[in-house]
Design a protein around this ligand. Structure first.
Ligand SMILES: [Zn+2]
Ligand SMILES: [Zn+2]
Length: 429
């Protein structure tokens, strides 16, 4: 066996193994150095950061970052306290990562194993790559392909010694206002490392969700109620504002980091699908910058406010929730994934999101505006990859992942499908 060791491709899952988030996958060819695909962070129910498994920076040739969500980039600065590693990412991901990581460092109540200097070192050592352009990191050739998930998001195609791997990161296979769908046509790879967040879910058609959402917003505002839409500052907020701009005429406000993120998005038009809708919606609607504006909104009739955080974990959304929740004329429309043990999930399941809010009497509804592909989209990617021999599922809960694994085995007809846990290494002979 030892004489073949140099030919074995190794895919080690450091984070995101049988869990959603904390994405971190390390690739190596034989005994060579690692290429890290993402190095993200998760948060437990006390909001304490959870990091991926450690890798000695001296054993790493470099990184490729799929996108700027903290569950993909949030731990990467950790590697920069002693070394300078090249990190491939799109220019949009670089600019958004700076905003997200600064905010993470600023608001984290817990000790972090890195500081702003390490983050700046990472950004200084980044290699900005547009989509479909090859660049080299040590012995690896890396190419980023549009992932359709958020602006700047990329799937990462890697070639090492003639072996080809595709890592999807977070991926979406439908067009939205903000980003066009993932580009997976004609991709060649023997190994596909695929996210499985919604590996057992069929999302309803987006047009249906949009119509139901706009109709619901109109019902509430027409009868004098206010609508709170808690949404992530990065991506979902701008998507919802664009939809409201196109299909709803009334008073809309936005509050939180949404404006700051928009200032980055607007600087990279090549990564935005409907650029004019993004710009017009942000100009048409009003940013909330003062407490007096917040008070006026909650006292108004028929206003809509899009505010972070998406799962009601902190942010201005909590302010509005506390003041709007007691009136059945008002509504809270959730448009993001609600993780277990978050106030958003508690609101949906028990109607009691926070200790100091009590039972919510406002109308509560959840809409499926997912920026992750459902099972059909994910299978479509696998079907399109040329020369595919092995699938490795990451970024999914165990039960969903097992179901997704069975679907790939049945529908794609592959028998090498794995769902590794953190720390597990998959060997591809
Ligand atoms: Zn993710
Ligand atoms: Zn993401």
């Amino acid at each position: 066996m030892s004489e073949r060791i140099g030919e074995v491709l190794k895919v080690k899952v450091l984070g995101g193994g049988r869990e959603v988030g904390r994405a971190a996958v390390a690739l190596r060819y034989g005994e060579g150095r690692f290429l890290l695909l993402d190095y993200g962070v998760n948060f437990n129910e006390n909001d304490e950061p959870q990091f991926p498994e450690h890798l000695k920076p001296s054993e790493v040739a470099g990184l490729a970052i799929s996108h700027a969500h903290l569950d993909h980039v949030g731990s990467a600065p950790m590697l920069y306290s002693s070394v300078k590693l090249p990190a491939v990412m799109t220019p949009m991901t670089k600019a958004l990562s700076e905003v997200m990581l600064k905010d993470f460092i600023k608001i984290s109540g817990y000790y972090l194993p890195f500081e702003e200097l390490d983050m700046l070192s990472m950004l200084d050592n980044s290699i900005e790559a547009s989509y479909n352009v090859e660049c080299c990191v040590g012995e690896f050739t890396v190419k980023l392909l549009n992932a359709g998930h958020i602006p700047g998001s990329a799937m990462i195609h890697v070639e090492v010694n003639g072996r080809k791997i595709l890592y999807t990161g977070d991926v979406n296979t439908i067009d939205t206002r903000l980003v066009s769908k993932a580009n997976y046509e004609g991709v060649e790879a023997e190994v596909l490392v695929i996210e499985g967040t919604y590996g057992n879910v069929k999302h309803p058609p987006r047009e249906v969700v949009e119509k139901e959402f706009i109709d619901s917003v109109k019902e509430v505002t027409d009868s004098g109620g206010n609508v709170l839409i808690p949404a992530f500052s990065l991506g979902r907020s701008q998507e919802i504002l664009g939809l409201l701009y196109e299909r709803f005429g009334g008073d809309v406000f936005y509050d939180g980091m949404i404006r700051q993120i928009y200032d980055v998005l607007v600087s990279y038009p090549e990564f935005i699908n409907k650029y004019d809708v993004l710009v017009k919606s942000m100009k048409e609607f009003k940013a909330v910058t003062k407490p007096s504006q917040r008070r006026r909104i909650v006292q108004s009739e028929g206003s809509v406010v899009v505010a972070s955080a998406g799962m009601l974990k902190g942010g201005p959304a909590q302010y509005y929730l506390k003041r709007l929740s007691d009136n059945p004329k008002n509504a809270v429309f959730l448009v993001s994934y609600q993780a277990p043990k978050t106030p958003g999930r508690a609101l949906l399941e028990e109607g009691t999101p926070l200790e100091d809010v009590g039972r919510v009497r406002a109308r509560v509804q959840w809409f499926d505006f997912s920026s992750h592909a459902g099972v059909d989209g994910l299978l479509e990617i696998a079907k399109n990859v040329k020369g595919l021999g092995h699938v490795i599922i990451v970024h999914t809960n165990e039960d969903v992942g097992l179901e997704f694994k069975r679907r790939i085995e049945e529908i794609i007809g592959l028998d090498s499908v794995s769902l590794p846990s953190n720390g597990e290494e998959v060997l591809i002979p």
